[in-house]
Design a protein around this ligand. Sequence first.
Ligand code: PLP
Length: 421
Amino acid sequence: MKLSAFGRKFTADAGITSLMDDLGNAMASGDDLIMMGGGNPGHIPEVHQRVREILADIGGSDEGLRRLVGIYDPPQGEKQFIAALAAMLNREYGWGLTPDNIALTNGSQAAFFMLFNMFGGDYGNGQRKHILLPLAPEYIGYADTGIEPDLFRAVQPEISFTDAHEFKYRVDFDAVEVTGETGAICVSRPTNPTGNVVTDDELARLATLAREHDIPLIVDGAYGTPFPNLLFVDARPSWDEQMILCLSLSKLGLPAVRTGIVIASAPVIRALSGINAIMNLATGSFGAMLAEPLVRSGEILSLSRNVVCPFYQAKMQRAVAVFHDAMADADCRWYIHKPEGAMFLWLWFPGLPISSLELYQRLKARGVLVVSGHYFFPGLPEDGWRHRHECLRVTYSQDDERVAEGLRVIADEVKAVWAEA
Ligand code: PLP
């Protein structure tokens, strides 16, 4: 089979593809594995209950069912949901949105594909622009989205130690370079894989940089504010015309409905809707219709604050306590990134005698699936920085007992690695 450059680029061994294959094969092996590798949200009974009630309401009327499955929405997305979301965000935050500022996509992953290629790549006249990721490590799902190669430039973070076994990444503004070749800046907040939350001050400085260079600041709020609010520190929800805020229903507990939400200036939304029409004809209505009553009443915010956030925060606290306990007698340096949000512990083992990929393989052989940290540095040139091979991402969204068991195996294996060294 002969493929075009596009065909070759998107069928080459992408980091995310090999990672998903490996996780999928391991799961399909039938072994009793402890899954701490993916980004699947947990199952929250209160969320399921509301979904069940709303589904019954929709399914109970002919008109509801017709809207749910029987009509194509416009490429911008389901109109009633968009109107309700604009009204709710204006009421809560005074953002001054109109429905022209919101588009829906089939999952936020699809929005990133469109946005990165709208602002990065070939501009004609020989000009090529990159997407700047000001704080590595960043979400692996960005890595292979560029139609053109080398779409991303990432910046190594500052590391500060926040406790005996805790550290935090911060944006190194001295190293962040926005140039005429920068098409957009992008940060995930909270960050997958680290659980870091870029501070309000850092975000404001990035927004200033974006404004000065008249480029968009893309904020990936898949775990963030205003919903689903997997946030354990304060983070102000913010939006202005320079910002492209991407939200998602996935981490509320609805990953299968594939609903991404983009809030941006009207020209960005028009462009995105045009691309969406070509790629998808229309965005699926299911997520929008399910979430519309929650958005209209504002319940999506209280559910996020009072149910979803505490669910993950309690899981995080239990996971941290278990790992501290399991590492108490360890004779090596180890740190957890300050867990400020999302659903991951990012573990750092400075000076680890083997690479994080080897550690991942040894853990897999013991029935524990995590993700090697080296995948999460898209756009950062290979410069011999050891740190990127010393970290693991561990998901704690699943059953607490299993997570605890997995964390004990990780601690045991790390100690074994050092004992062999
Ligand atoms: N952004 C981040 C940081 C993520 O972790 C994910 C999924 O895990 C996504 C975006 C994409 O999510 P979805 O396409 O389900 O909205």
